[in-house]
Structure formats: structure tokens, C-alpha cells
Design a protein around this ligand. Structure first.
Ligand code: ADP
Length: 180
């Protein structure tokens, strides 16, 4: 684990499975259907139980009839996870032809905003869009760290990036230490 405290918020890196974290908010790298998928999304629904999917179905039946747009975030129960809420956000699919960085930054910003509104102090993020959605890890890590350092405000005290493998962990560590 490595830690850096450039601002009020503490940014922490952990290698592991985000569904095993004890935090106020676990952020889900969802897809716009909100009805489950692979990667982080699959793990969250598998370990969190059916309460999360039920809450997502309610969102589809009400506020998000067409699905959650890319770059936006919405909170539900965390079901059986050791967290108070899951904040679902939809990352952009990486594109060589089009710069979608602002949408990826928006995922972190909107998730932090939702978490702060709920009163969360601790928030765990995966490396959004760096799995099935194909975002290069180094660029994804730069956007993640930069946005969190700029946007995390009280009552958020700790933002924890939970990185699934050694490559992701090392990349985030390099990006974070480069920021001093
Ligand atoms: P996306 O569709 O946004 O790319 P994925 O869930 O496919 O989302 O992957 C996002 C990142 O999360 C990838 O780096 C992947 O290796 C990682 N990941 C997959 N499962 C987990 C998990 N259980 N906990 C933390 N990170 C995970």
C-alpha cells in the first residue's frame, strides 16, 4: 500500500478486489444498462447480492429509462458489500479516433460528487474504462489521479484506488509519485 497527501484528501493505492473493501462508497465501472456486466460490475453484483440489481432496475424504470449516460454517476444500496452505497458510473469506451478523456474525468468527478452528497468519507474506485472498455492504463491512471486530487472535497477524507493486478498497481504508483 502506498499513500500520498498532497491536498486535504488522502489518496491510497491497494492491490486487490474492490468488492472486499470496507468503505462508505464502492464505485462500480458499470455499463449504461445498469443491469450488470463483466469485470468490476459482475463482481459487485455477485458479491453484493440481488438488492443492488433490484435498485438498478428501479432506476431504469424511473430516472434512467434509457440507461445511465456515459460520464454520469448514480448511487444505490451496497447490498451485502461492506459499504454503505455503490455509486455506478459509466466509463467511455477508449477510442483512437476521438479524445474521450473529458468523459472519463467526468466519471470520477460525478462519482465524487454523488459520494460527497451522501456524506461519504471513504470512497473506493476501480481503474474505470481500463478493462473491457480498453483505455490504456497509464493514461487512465493519469486522468484518475488528476481528477481525484482536483475534485475530492469534504466530507471525503480518503480516496482508495483498488487495482486488480500488478501492472495497474505499479502504473498508479508511478503516476501518484510523479505528482509529488
Ligand atoms: P470497464 O468496462 O470500465 O473497462 P472493467 O470492469 O472491465 O470496466 O475493468 C476496469 C478495471 O477494473 C480493469 O483494470 C480490471 O482489471 C479491473 N477489475 C476487474 N475486476 C475487478 C475487481 N473485482 N476489483 C477491482 N478491479 C477490478
Amino acid at each position: 500500500m502506498s499513500t500520498s497527501e498532497p491536498e486535504a484528501v488522502t489518496v491510497t493505492l491497494v492491490r486487490g478486489d474492490i468488492t472486499r473493501q470496507s468503505v462508505d462508497v464502492i464505485v462500480n465501472a458499470a455499463n449504461s444498462s445498469l443491469l450488470g456486466g463483466g469485470g468490476v460490475d459482475g463482481a459487485i453484483h455477485r458479491h453484493g447480492g440481488p438488492e443492488i440489481l433490484a435498485a438498478c432496475r428501479e432506476l431504469r424504470a424511473s430516472r434512467y429509462g434509457k440507461g445511465l449516460p456515459t460520464g454520469r454517476a448514480v448511487a444505490t444500496t451496497a447490498g451485502r458489500l461492506d459499504a454503505r452505497w455503490v455509486v455506478h458510473t459509466v466509463g467511455p469506451v477508449w477510442s483512437r479516433a476521438e479524445d474521450r478523456s473529458e468523459l472519463l474525468a467526468s466519471c470520477y468527478r460525478e462519482s465524487l460528487r454523488a459520494a460527497a452528497e451522501l456524506g461519504a468519507r471513504t470512497v473506493a474506485f476501480p481503474a474505470i474504462s481500463t478493462g473491457v472498455y480498453g483505455w490504456p492504463m497509464d493514461d487512465g491512471a493519469r486522468i484518475a489521479v488528476r481528477t481525484v486530487l482536483a475534485e475530492a472535497v469534504a466530507p471525503i477524507e480518503e480516496v482508495r484506488f483498488v487495482l486488480f493486478d500488478a501492472h495497474a498497481y505499479t502504473t498508479f504508483e508511478e503516476v501518484l509519485s510523479a505528482r509529488g
